[in-house]
Design a protein around this ligand. Structure first.
Ligand code: PHE
Length: 442
């Protein structure tokens, strides 16, 4: 057997895992979820969930992956067997579904690079709303960009873990961070932006409902890339020396920082231009171009922003694909390259109804009043990932806790200082809290 590929360095691993976590979830979804759920109170609940349950599940996934050095299915099989590999299967299926609609939205970001360059995004904020609405509803154009994006995902995954994924993340993640900060400088100095900052940072707990918790939890799982095995897969390529707890801390910290930066970029602009913060998925694609239109060098910054957003989406999308590829390679002996190309094609096809559901098929409903894209998002973020989170926590807390004690040793070989609280969270807090939030959301 050929030796399993490994990350080149600890930094490489952290940036790749952060590359998975930081994506459309942070920059596109987080600001509009915050807007729909009342602002500051959502932020507080979100961060509380990330740094208790979220970070614990992430560490659990890293530990499972590295202990087994396998894909999600193989990891559960190797560590315990029985019925447990089903959790890995569910995760792989979940990644498959997420990628199909994720790629559609990522395609929009590519389209916006070209629209920005071509001067199509120059009008007033209202015009920009119209541009976005008619673009996503059109039957062909968004699907072509979705195809282009999937082709890029396939290309990076073909490059391999170290040469493709890690190399791309190392350059692009820091660049994204810097650019966000530059853009925030413009957004928060727009006249009227102050109200948005207050909305985002000042919690009003009277607005909190069961939906707020449900939204914050599903957003935490989606944003941290946990509950479906991506982090198990990434952990499986990590060498035995590295400290898993510190890595989980870094990845969760970076991910939350980017979400907060994105909130500070988008929500002040929403208020400055008099939009409704609860307007939903269009927020980023409408308000940001309006910000660019008002800044010197706006086209330049606009193009750069959408390039980086597309890249952030790309580094996340590859982590949705890699579990599938590693499963077929490890367990079925398939050639990774062939698997990548085949699944790239199948996922592209599954994305087509998602794209059409925003236009010609907008009347076709699946779950309640949701169209295809929203239904896929709902099943994965609100059901499969939290359920995966419960099972992963239970597995680590109750089934393989001893093995995990060794796996989480620090660089000097001493046991992880917070091992006991971590196992306590995995045993009781995470399963109970997630189950409670899941049930109250239904
Ligand atoms: N975390 C990614 C984002 O926020 C999405 C993702 C979910 C990636 C699950 C991998 C696994 O955009």
């Amino acid at each position: 057997m050929i030796a399993r590929e490994q990350w080149g360095s600890r930094l490489g691993f952290i940036l790749a895992a952060a590359g998975s976590a930081v994506g459309l979830g942070n920059i596109w979804k987080f600001p509009y979820m915050t807007g729909q759920n009342g602002g500051g109170a959502f932020l507080v609940i979100y961060l509380a969930l990330v740094f208790t349950i979220g970070i614990s599940v992430m560490l659990a996934e890293f530990a499972i992956g590295r202990a087994a050095e396998r894909n999600p299915v193989g990891a559960f099989a190797k560590l315990k067997g029985g019925i447990w590999p089903v959790v890995g299967f569910a995760g792989i299926l979940c990644g498959f579904i997420i990628l199909s609609f994720y790629s559609v939205v990522a395609g929009w970001t590519i389209a916006y690079i070209f629209k920005m360059m071509g001067g199509a995004l120059a009008g007033s904020a209202d015009d920009l709303g119209g541009v976005f609405g008619s673009f996503i509803a059109s039957p062909v154009e968004p699907i072509l960009y979705h195809a282009l994006f999937m082709a890029l995902v396939v290309a990076v995954v073909l490059g391999g873990v170290h040469g493709g994924i890690e190399r791309a993340c190392k350059v692009l993640m820091p660049l994204l961070f810097v650019l966000l900060i530059v853009l925030i400088g413009r957004a928060i100095t727009l006249p009227g932006a102050g109200e948005g900052i207050v909305f985002f940072l000042q919690p009003d707990f009277s607005k909190v409902t069961a939906d707020t918790f449900n939204g914050a939890l599903s957003q935490a799982f989606f944003s941290l890339s946990i509950g479906m095995g991506a982090m198990i897969t990434y952990g499986s390529y990590l060498n035995k020396k590295e400290n898993l707890a510190t890595s989980a801390m870094w990845v969760s910290g970076l991910d939350s920082s980017v979400a907060i930066l994105a909130g500070l970029l988008i929500l002040p602009a929403v208020f400055a231009f008099g939009f409704d913060p609860a307007a939903g998925p269009g927020l980023t694609f409408i308000t940001l171009p309006a910000v660019f239109a008002q800044m010197p060098g706006g086209v330049f910054f606009g193009v750069l922003f959408f390039v980086l957003l597309a890249v952030a989406a790309l580094t996340s999308a590859v982590s949705l694909m890699q579990p599938i590829v590693s499963y077929f390679a490890d367990e079925r002996g398939w050639n990774s390259k062939t698997t990548t190309v085949i699944f790239g094609g199948v996922i592209f096809l599954l994305g087509i109804p998602s794209s059409l559901s925003l236009g010609v098929w907008s009347d076709v409903h699946f779950i309640a009043d949701k169209g295809f894209l929203d239904s896929m998002d709902y099943i994965t973020s609100n059901v499969l990932m939290p359920l995966g989170g419960i099972l992963i926590s239970v597995f680590v807390g109750w089934v393989v806790a001893d093995k995990m004690k060794e796996e989480t040793h620090n660089d000097e070989g001493q046991s992880f200082g917070l091992y006991a609280p971590w196992v306590f969270i995995c045993r009781f807090v995470a399963p109970v809290a997630i189950a409670w939030i899941l049930i109250s959301g239904l």
